[in-house]
Design a protein around this ligand. Structure first.
Ligand SMILES: N=C(N)NCCC[C@H](NC(=O)[C@@H]1CCC/C1=C\[C@H](COP(=O)(O)O)NC(=O)[C@@H](N)Cc1ccccc1)C(N)=O
Length: 142
């Protein structure tokens, strides 16, 4: 509300600009490049139940979730570095890069995975995240 004129005005918190006219333009699609590392534990119901670690993955989703929770504990307690554990335990080919997926934009990863990354701040570790690939823990890095 403008004190001097007693009428409301519009303030854009992103650009810091203020104006009398209501905002009309569509919000510009910001390039939301994001970066994350993940540790994936696949299970019998994964879309591709095989990996560099195991040709035929038969564990149940419950077992995969329990494994991911245990790995998360080890990382969160500082017993092990994320990249070292992902390199050993992840069923994704990104294991060879310590789980690093590099930079990616919206629409590249499966929706559940992307949603989980967007809910994290850089440096934060997710809980178990389910996708068609299996059960992940995700460390957002950028
Ligand atoms: N950088 C990209 N754009 N690469 C394409 C991502 C495709 C995307 N993948 C996913 O959403 C999940 C979450 C992360 C990994 C992943 C799945 C699988 C493992 O699951 P599976 O497919 O056996 O079910 N790993 C990958 O894709 C790997 N290329 C990720 C990667 C590996 C090395 C370097 C960079 C990225 C999708 N839309 O399916």
């Amino acid at each position: 509300m403008s004190k001097s004129r007693g009428i409301e005005y519009y303030f854009n918190r992103t650009t810091g600009e203020s104006r009398w006219e209501p905002p009309t333009e569509e919000p510009r699609a910001r390039t939301t490049k994001m970066r994350a590392s993940h540790l994936l534990v696949k299970h019998a119901g994964s879309r591709k139940p095989s990996s560099w670690k195991e040709a035929n993955i038969t564990r149940t989703k419950q077992e995969a979730t329990a494994a991911v929770e245990q790995f998360r504990e080890q990382i969160a307690s500082g017993q092990v570095q994320f990249a070292d554990l992902a390199a050993k335990e992840s069923d994704c080919s990104s294991a060879r890069r310590g789980g690093d997926l590099g930079w990616f934009d919206r629409g590249q990863m499966q929706p559940a995975f992307e949603k989980a990354v967007l809910a994290l701040k850089p440096g934060e570790l997710s809980g178990p995240v389910e996708s068609d690939s299996g059960v992940h823990i995700i460390l957002r890095t950028g």
